[in-house]
Design a protein around this ligand. Structure first.
Ligand SMILES: [Zn+2]
Length: 161
């Protein structure tokens, strides 16, 4: 079992956080943004950044080449739907996508929006870790949390209308 600290300060002990989230064992802050036959999308539970969405497979797999044909089609479809909603309701111009196969969780893709304040950390892949840490350490304010929750609501409404 692994102990994971959520953005709201609670800790959970789970074998695989992605399984816990996609099965509903752990309820992500703000709930599920979009669910399809094979994927589950929610606000990242560790970093309070508006529109930072995690797309996790429902199956406990690690690698891209483990996706079935149906999952592959569903994957690109859900990513592009969310991307469009991020642009339309949150005005997000650019997104960085991350996915690593040697994760301790299972298959999940991070959709990290770029905001003006992130530019001071640079624009490379290396800038992403400091951006995330800054968000977790400096942006856990009541005001920002409310903005993150509002962004989740907007995305959820746009994606499920
Ligand atoms: Zn899993």
């Amino acid at each position: 079992m692994r102990r994971i600290t959520l953005s709201n300060g609670k800790t959970v002990e789970v074998e695989c956080l992605s399984c816990a989230l996609t099965s509903g064992l752990v309820e992500p802050d703000g709930g599920v943004v979009l669910e399809t036959e094979h994927f589950h999308a929610h606000q990242d539970v560790a970093y309070p950044i508006k529109g930072l969405i995690i797309v996790a497979s429902k199956r406990h797999i690690k690698c891209l080449d483990e996706l079935t044909e149906a999952e592959k089609a569903d994957y690109i479809s859900i990513l592009s739907k969310i991307r469009k909603a991020q642009r339309e309701v949150l005005g997000i111009e650019y997104v960085y996508y991350f996915y690593n196969e040697d994760t301790t969780h299972h298959f999940h893709t991070w959709m990290v929006p770029r905001y003006e304040w992130m530019n001071k950390f640079g624009r490379s892949v290396e800038s992403v870790r400091p951006v995330l840490l800054y968000a977790r350490n400096e942006m856990n304010t009541e005001e920002n949390i409310q903005e993150v929750l509002k962004a989740i609501q907007l995305l959820t409404m746009e994606l499920n209308k």
